[in-house]
Design a binder for this molecule. Structure first.
Ligand code: G3I
Length: 412
């Protein structure tokens, strides 16, 4: 009996000893590693836990409050007699997140790359036919169909350009290992190229959507002289005149024929001189409009830009801003996308566009439309400079509010 009690006491003691040592050990152990949240835990909080938008985006100095607009850029600009455009690329039409922005804001488009010479001139077919052949590839058709289905008008871009133009069009038998063709042959090719472009637009039933066409693009250097190009070396300095002559001959009357260039504020007088030279035998203009690309920087002078527009207005031709984007800083020194720099960009968009509207309404300028070279920074050819209106999450930037002429939210 005594033995049994003793052995029970002993077992209780052993159990207690074991317990104490376990507790002691566990206190010495490294803390348990934190369990990584599963992907569902890191995703958006559930609807019930989600703070209201007003709470997350409460107006502070750095965070722009949500602004609800009725309508987009096209509606704001329509009230001032302007059309609003964007360039259009295949990446923009495949996703509703982009198309909703496009259809909300724009009533006109320019194909960013898909009507350029390299897109529509067919090398193989030209060799086979022994003459220059124009063919619209599927991407071009898809983009034009998107415009048509959505009632968007189109600026044609571009026919005669030194860039994105295949070399083979300038060579004997369309073969770059041979010599360049003579002036007459090149003029014949230019005429066929221009004639077929407008014929195909008609055949495919797109012609009515087009209201403007960049017949010649970027022919002038910043010092006002003519840029060297295969067009210039085969035809001569008058290649621009011929391009407008043929475009005037084959384009229907409703399509305005434009000369389009960049750094326009630095080559204003050369633009004017060129435009004045583009007349027929009766002294009538072959050209209808001047395209100002508007690839600007937040440190560029708005005053100089406006005075250029005033000089163009005196010519009596149409004027459009055709590729507007406003990069941060200067072209030599790009600035980072800090809140302050983005605010400066918002103010710049606001100031530039409101001044154009004010000068138009005062009769000093005659800008009929503003086409932005895209809308979302990540789709821009200058994405490293954050030049556009929507950020990586497709939220409107100060620049969008500025372009919407909403001064209160443009970064002031
Ligand atoms: O399509 C090819 C793709 O197959 C390839 O994988 C990729 C690799 O880089 O390149 C793609 O082509 C690019 C094309 O854009 C389409 O994205 C070219 O490299 C690129 O050079 C081309 O840039 C275009 C640029 O013109 C060429 O000059 C830009 O998108 C376009 O926005 C820009 O637009 C011009 C206007 O027409 C005239 N005014 C200035 C503006 C810049 O030059």
């Amino acid at each position: 009996m005594m033995k049994t009690r003793l052995s029970r006491l002993l077992s209780i003691f052993i159990v207690l000893l074991l317990l104490v040592s376990v507790v002691a050990c566990s206190n010495d152990k490294e803390p348990e590693p934190t369990v990584e949240p599963t992907p569902t835990e890191t995703a958006e909080p559930k609807e019930t836990e989600k703070p209201k938008e007003e709470e997350t985006l409460a107006p502070t100095e750095d965070v722009d409050p949500i602004v609800e607009y009725e309508g987009g850029l096209k509606d704001v600009y329509e009230d001032h007699g302007l059309i609003a455009g964007t360039c259009l690329a295949p990446a923009m039409i495949g996703s509703e997140k982009y198309t909703s922005i496009i259809l909300e804001n724009f009533n006109t488009i320019t194909l960013e790359n898909h009507m350029k010479p390299e897109a529509i001139l067919d090398h193989k077919a030209s060799i086979e036919a022994g003459e220059i052949i124009v063919k619209f590839p599927k991407d071009t058709i898809d983009l034009l169909d998107f415009a048509k289905e959505n009632n968007l008008s189109v600026r044609g871009h571009t026919i005669v350009w030194h860039s994105q133009t295949p070399d083979w069009i300038f060579f004997e038998d369309f073969d770059t290992t041979k010599g360049k063709v003579d002036k007459d042959t090149m003029l014949d090719r230019m005429e066929k190229y221009i004639k077929r472009t407008f014929e195909i637009l008609k055949e495919l039933d797109y012609i009515d959507m087009f209201y403007a066409y960049d017949v010649v693009n970027e022919a002038l250097l910043d010092n006002g002289s003519l840029r060297d190009s295969h067009w210039k070396s085969t035809i001569g300095d008058d290649y621009i005149w011929y391009a407008f002559y043929y475009a005037d001959k084959y384009a229907p009357d409703h399509i305005k024929l434009y000369y389009n260039d960049f750094n326009e504020q630095f080559k204003t007088q050369a633009y004017i001189k060129l435009a004045k030279s583009l007349v027929d035998d009766d002294g009538e203009f072959l050209i209808d409009g001047l395209g100002c690309q508007g690839h600007l920087y937040t440190k560029d002078s708005i005053d100089s830009y406006i005075s250029m527009l005033k000089s163009f207005a005196e010519l009596g031709l149409d004027v459009q801003i055709t590729e507007l984007d406003i990069s941060l800083g200067t072209w030599q020194q790009i600035l980072k996308a800090t809140d302050d720099n983005l605010k400066d960009q918002g103010k710049y968009y606001y100031e530039l566009i409101s001044r154009i509207i004010a000068e138009n309404e005062a009769g000093n300028t005659n800008v009929s439309g503003i086409t932005f070279w895209g809308f979302a920074d990540q789709l821009s050819w200058r994405r490293d400079r954050s030049p556009l209106l929507f950020d990586a999450k497709l939220n409107p930037k100060y620049s969008y509010h500025g372009a919407m002429l909403n001064k209160d939210h443009a970064g002031y």
